[in-house]
Design a protein around this ligand. Structure first.
Ligand SMILES: [Zn+2]
Length: 399
């Protein structure tokens, strides 16, 4: 009897209960939204350093520099990458439970997309900041413009030592970064609190907070970014040079000039012996254009700058070739056979992959074709192609 009464009460109260339950869930989601958007320290960033082992690590911005008001500049995101930003300067942001105005522009892109130095700068501050996460504050060499990049996932390999989980911050460093140089990789590090511990995550979509000061005064960088973007767009619409199978055959290059260029312009470990002559020798034996071989190490490892603390080890497999039969994607970290084996492995792979290239296809793009290519990154060939053109232009041939 009691059970029947209970059931009846339940049935009659359903029309009231359902809206109440729905209201409860709506309120719950509304309350959780800020937590989802600005999750505090629960989401720790991944500290795995393989993030920069991919070919993006070596994006060579050298060809994408433009002149703006007499200064060499570049847009902070490499060409050919999807990104978005709006004029969010001055928008309301809450930090430390206080409403504040947004002091920069957020540029959204996939996690680990490289962020580039917009011009030659000296780093003022690098390390953890509660709100900004892994950030960099840097000033142009004429001391006029200061840039603040925040929320990096990782710094570039040569700056990675400043990702210190004890919270150490380097001030007034003498580190100079060049326009177009990768300084870090886009992420979501930081928090809405100034007091968050190193490794906290904002929980937002990966983006770079780009902030700018001119003569010490905070400015809205939106128009500056728009200008840089439009210069970049008109420059990259010219397209990449199409190369045929014949273009990648061995040619007599100016080796002395190449060695000097690697040494002086790229501070490259590969300008040293036995690395340099081994790569040239393997190119000749394999009937491959030495510029292509160097264009590949340019893409894979930025020509192995000596500033990288692991340059010695990287130089033993700068082509990131795979250990034969291992099935593991190629990386100097997992396979370190020495320069000769690395160069021979790369040459063999290039020859195998380029053999059946149709006459209408770009041969470097063909080497990178889906699922069979040299690299998983489908933009790999663009970097290699640019490096190739750059070497042809700067070094040249003897024949
Ligand atoms: Zn921002």
């Amino acid at each position: 009897m009691k059970n029947i009464i209970k059931k009846k009460i339940l049935i009659y109260s359903l029309p009231f209960l359902i809206p109440l339950i729905l209201l409860f869930f709506v309120l719950l989601i509304a309350c959780m939204l800020p937590m989802i958007m600005f999750a505090g320290q629960e989401c720790l960033t991944n500290t795995n350093d393989t993030y920069y082992a991919g070919s993006w690590s070596s994006y060579d911005g050298e060809n994408d520099l433009y002149t703006y008001n007499g200064n060499t500049v570049t847009f902070p995101i490499p060409p050919g990458v999807k990104y978005s930003y709006t004029n969010s300067f001055g928008a309301d942001r809450t930090h430390n439970n206080k409403s504040e105005s947004h002091e920069g522009i957020d540029i959204f892109a996939d996690r680990n997309t490289p962020a580039l130095a917009v011009e030659d700068c000296k780093i003022d501050k690098i390390g953890w900041n509660g709100l900004g996460g892994w950030r960099i504050l840097m000033t142009s060499l004429d001391n006029k413009r200061t840039y603040y990049y925040a929320h990096f996932e990782n710094y570039s390999p040569s700056l990675q030592i400043y990702k210190d989980y004890n919270g150490a911050v380097a001030n007034n460093t003498n580190i100079v970064v060049k326009a177009g140089e990768v300084i870090g990789y886009i992420g979501s590090s930081g928090s809405t609190s100034s007091f968050s511990k190193p490794g906290a995550d904002t929980g937002t979509s990966p983006h770079i907070h780009f902030q700018m000061y001119i003569d010490g005064n905070l400015v809205n960088p939106y128009d500056f970014l728009k200008e840089l973007e439009s210069i970049q767009k008109s420059a990259s619409s010219s397209g990449l040079k199409i190369r045929t199978y014949a273009d990648i055959r061995y040619r007599n290059i100016n080796t002395q000039k190449l060695q000097e260029w690697l040494d002086k312009k790229r501070n490259s470990k590969l300008s040293e012996e036995p690395y340099f002559s081994t790569i040239i020798g393997v190119a000749k034996d394999s009937d491959l254009n030495p510029f292509l071989m160097f264009a590949v190490v340019g893409q894979e490892q930025s020509y192995v700058p000596r500033t990288n603390p692991r340059a010695q080890k990287i130089a033993n497999n700068p082509f990131n070739v795979t250990k034969p039969g291992s099935g593991i994607p190629g990386s100097w970290q997992t396979y370190n056979p020495g320069i000769e084996t690395s160069a021979k492995g790369a040459a063999k792979t290039i020859l195998r992959l380029s053999k059946n290239c149709p006459a209408t296809e770009d041969v470097i793009k063909w080497i990178n074709r889906d699922g069979h290519g040299y690299a998983e990154d489908k933009n790999w060939w663009k970097g290699v192609s640019k490096n190739f053109s750059n070497l042809e232009k700067n070094i040249g041939y003897f024949d």
